[in-house]
Design a protein around this ligand. Sequence first.
Ligand SMILES: NC(=O)c1ccc[n+]([C@@H]2O[C@H](COP(=O)([O-])OP(=O)(O)OC[C@H]3O[C@@H](n4cnc5c(N)ncnc54)[C@H](O)[C@@H]3O)[C@@H](O)[C@H]2O)c1
Length: 275
Amino acid sequence: MTLVEPTDHPGRVQGALMAVDHPDLRDKVAVVTGAGRGMGARFAAALARRGVHVVGADIDGTLMDEAASALRLENGDVTGAGEVVGTVVDVRDRDAQQAVAQTAVDRFGRVDLWINNAGIFPEAPVADISPAQMQATLSINVEGVLYGAQAAASVMAPGGSIVNMASVAAVRVRRGRAAYCSSKAAVAHLTECLAVELGDQGIRVNAIAPGFVDTEMTRWVQDDPPALAKALDAIPLHRLGSPEEIVGPMLFLLSDSARYVTGHILAVDGGSRHV
Ligand SMILES: NC(=O)c1ccc[n+]([C@@H]2O[C@H](COP(=O)([O-])OP(=O)(O)OC[C@H]3O[C@@H](n4cnc5c(N)ncnc54)[C@H](O)[C@@H]3O)[C@@H](O)[C@H]2O)c1
């Protein structure tokens, strides 16, 4: 299968011609949190295109509805594409995440794959981080992953696969982002903890640690030429990643191609964790 992906990135991102296929994903059922935009929406699209039924869940219901409609249109002429259903969730709410799992079971009969993707990226120098900001960051970025994994594990059969979104910021300091960096370090280690305990159920848990990816979350750096130049200088491949370049590694970790891989944090960062 050859897939031509969007190439309209303004010269900083390699528009990707992806030839990635994971036939073992067909007819599986996936939940993707934070699927209203950005990488979550691209994960949902890529899965549905490969015949996976997807429940996308986002705190922004309007965004999620629009994304789900757009994905249905996008895959309209793909034979065997999976269905995409949008629902609202605040990942901080454990019961709400459980309800998302139930929605997937009610609609599609089971859950095989779960991507804990929702996250926030607040900015403040250390001296100014407020308790509310720190609590929101840890609650969404870390508790959200834990509650997602709990919900997934409560309905998954052996062979299930969970992937969390960590970040290069888990291992590299980003000035003004202490709340975010510490939350993503927690996600990375939580991934290892989950892998050990959920391994008892035959469920794999891995994480992807992206570097700078071209989404709304990194608009601030893309719209600030000096900051962008500095950022690109510190990336060995000297460009941002595109969301599509995170899709391939995501499909790998979700699929049986990675069936003996668990507790792994896969850096997809143009090498930036080394500098
Ligand atoms: N963009 C990057 O460069 C980058 C780099 C490393 C890691 N990440 C991580 O990847 C993930 C996706 O990033 P992105 O760039 O696509 O972000 P994005 O901001 O474009 O999208 C995040 C989505 O999560 C949703 N969301 C936020 N809070 C939520 C909540 N409480 N409950 C449910 N949904 C919620 C938002 O509405 C949004 O649709 C995040 O976890 C982010 O930290 C991003």
